[in-house]
Design a binder for this molecule. Structure first.
Ligand SMILES: *Cc1c(COP(=O)(O)O)cnc(C)c1O
Length: 640
């Protein structure tokens, strides 16, 4: 559908506003004078900027196909610094006497490269990991080199999990076992005695304070875990009895991810700190209070308590935590604890951009109806045609009502065999001409007839993107998450179409049809007209958190290629790593196909065709070559 814009000159400023980039990008992304999206960061010398289109050209020159998940290492580094520096400032400002320690919850992005980088960039701040399973604990142990970094062991723990953590403790890692269920305590006590290790343990509590936002109930948080306060008291009694109260070091809670409202954060911190002081009073050494995740990302740039935003900055988040903890512990004359948070989303979301090319577009433009109706058409069709001819700005509402009425009547007639296929097609065509006229004429009007709200969507173009929602953006499908989406170039010219983006899975859920908007969400996205053979690239931003691990093999589309770059202070950059996505053979073997069997079957069929003279031996060779290329190929659409 054509976008209507006043005929002033288009500018990159207008694009910046249209896509709201300066509000959601946290300063990492902007648009350059050429109309291309850039990544930027500030150094002492000034601003370093790299065009994503340059990076795309570099990716193509290396022979990689799209879609590509682009990771920009510098951003991960910056986010880790930002979190720690914000806590450092708040600690300084309030004269807080404890420390801050961050841990990264591995479930938020489990890719090896991400863990490696977090461990590297985080080492100057002793940044640790949160592990929710045996496998995650093994991953944490593999990448932590710093004995001061914490490893928080959450999740359901069996004796293997516990033994692994106890051995790690012996080796000098700072593991803390968080008791999430009353039954875990006995097992930890038993295994510790057996292996003769004095573990550090924590306790996860259920809070009365609840957070709003749609990730808090879904989104995979482990809110079924945690001890109620009576259970906490029972645990303390048990530890006392066993002479193990001195092992109790940490209090933990996690109410959910992406908490948009700072009030909810403050009230949870306050409640938990009260429990903390209670445990100190009971005689536990404690020393650590762990507020879990929840630090939100402003996906839509609205800075509100809407679920895809947040009404606070990271500085306010840190200041509120420090101030609240301090006021509670000072009141009880208790030593200031080390504050731990398990921020995942905030650390990794900004760091990845999904980049895909557009393969094709379909437009909804009904052919014009004939000037005159053929003889002998039904009266209802004549009425519909008249409605079309009389349509004007003054009768939009009435026209659309009439059109819907006549169309439905005509559909009924067709069902009963009273009109022909051709007449029905004619009537539908007239109907859609009325709809698109009404939509066009109502643009810019103050009061839009209710019947045509949402018509924009029916009339919008469909841009086919070379990616899979299920593989690369599972939360858009699972929990209606919206991410910022925009073209990566041509932003110095006006995007003249309104579109939704469909992926290549042929599934009606495989599409992007909700987009960020400062006033809620919108249903179509402005995009540029495609120009001949020229590629058109679209980026989905802030996809570093939670999107990579839930991916499923819908239509057997596998992992995308991943390219990681590091930008230097002189504006140059290098490709730190390139990870090839899944090949067709990889994906088939994940779902337990036997590739050898597929090869053999093909070969036999080809051989039989040769023996029956249906194909030549040369053709047989070509067919088998095509099979091999197919198995080795990328699961996404590859241009030759
Ligand atoms: C998922 C999870 C987190 C991460 O939360 P974010 O909002 O992504 O920072 C932290 N802690 C626990 C226990 C979790 O389950």
């Amino acid at each position: 559908m054509v976008r209507k814009e006043p005929l002033e000159r288009w500018s990159i400023e207008k694009s910046a506003e249209l896509y709201n980039i300066r509000n959601w990008s946290a300063g990492y992304f902007d648009i350059n004078a050429k109309g291309e999206v850039i990544y930027q960061y500030r150094t002492k010398q000034g601003l370093v900027q790299v065009s994503l289109m340059d990076i795309i050209r570099g990716i193509r020159a290396r022979g990689m196909s799209f879609p590509v998940l682009l990771r920009i290492s510098n951003i991960l580094d910056s986010q880790i610094s930002l979190l720690h520096e914000s806590f450092r400032k708040a600690i300084h400002a309030f004269g807080y006497k404890g420390n801050y320690r961050g841990v990264f919850p591995i479930k938020v992005n489990q890719q090896q490269q991400v863990l490696e980088e977090i461990s590297e960039f985080g080492s100057r701040y002793h940044h640790g990991f949160e592990a929710g399973s045996k496998a995650e604990l093994l991953a944490a142990l593999a990448f932590i080199k710093d004995p001061e970094a914490l490893i928080i062991c959450n999740g359901y723990k069996d004796s293997e999990f516990i033994d692994l953590g106890l051995y790690a403790t012996k080796l000098g890692y700072r593991c803390i076992f968080v008791i999430e269920m009353p039954s875990e305590a006995d097992l930890i006590l038993e295994r510790s005695r057996l292996l003769q290790v004095e573990p550090w343990i924590g306790v996860r509590i259920k809070l009365a304070s609840k957070a709003s936002g749609h990730w808090t109930e879904s989104g995979g948080d482990r809110s079924i875990f945690g001890l109620s306060l009576p259970e906490v008291v029972e645990l303390v009694d048990k530890l006392k009895q066993e002479g193990a109260l001195s092992w109790l070091r940490l209090l933990h809670y996690h109410v959910g991810s992406q908490i948009p409202n700072i009030r909810d954060i403050r009230s949870a911190v306050q409640e938990a700190t009260r429990v903390y002081t209670g445990l100190v009073t009971e005689g536990a050494p404690m020393g650590f209070v762990d507020f879990g995740g929840g630090l939100a990302v402003d996906y839509d740039g609205s800075q509100t308590n809407y679920h895809s935003s947040r009404n606070y900055t990271v500085e306010e988040y840190c200041a509120d935590i420090i101030e609240t903890v301090m006021s509670v512990v000072d009141e009880q004359n208790i030593e200031h604890p080390t504050i731990v948070t398990e921020s995942g989303r905030f650390i990794v979301a900004y760091y990845s951009v999904l980049i895909f090319n557009i393969l094709d577009v379909t437009r909804f433009t009904p052919a014009l109806p004939p000037e005159k109706l053929p003889d002998g058409v039904n009266e209802l069709t004549q009425n519909l045609f008249e409605t079309y001819q009389k349509l004007s700005v003054k009768n939009l509402q009435e026209s659309i009502n009439d059109a819907i009425y006549y169309r439905d009547q005509i559909r009924d007639l067709f069902k009963h065999g009273d009109i022909s296929l051709r007449e029905r097609a004619l009537a539908e065509n007239i109907f859609w001409n009325i709809v698109s006229q009404v939509s066009e004429k109502s643009r810019g009007m103050k009061k839009i007839p209710v019947e045509i709200e949402g018509i924009e969507v029916a009339l919008s173009d469909i841009y086919y993107g070379n990616f899979s929602v299920f593989q690369s953006l599972p939360d858009t499908w699972a929990i209606d998450q919206v991410f910022p989406v925009m073209p990566l170039h041509r932003l110095d010219t006006m995007p003249s179409r309104e579109a939704i983006i469909s992926d290549i899975t042929c599934d009606s859920d495989g599409k992007l049809d909700h987009f960020i908007d400062p006033h809620g969400e919108k249903l179509t996205l402005p995009l540029h007209e495609l120009r001949g053979e020229e590629e058109y690239y679209v980026g989905v931003f802030l996809v570093g958190a939670y999107q990579e691990t839930l991916g499923d093999l819908h239509n057997l589309l596998g992992d995308t290629n991943v390219v990681t770059i590091c930008v230097h202070e002189d504006g140059s950059y290098n490709f730190v790593s390139e990870i090839e996505g899944d090949s067709v053979a990889d994906v088939l073997s994940y779902v337990e196909y036997d590739i050898k069997y597929i090869r053999r079957r093909f070969r036999e069929m080809a051989e039989q065709a040769v023996s029956e003279n249906r194909i030549t031996v040369q053709e047989r060779a070509s067919i088998l070559k095509a099979l091999e290329d197919g198995l080795d190929g990328y699961t996404y659409y590859e241009k030759d």
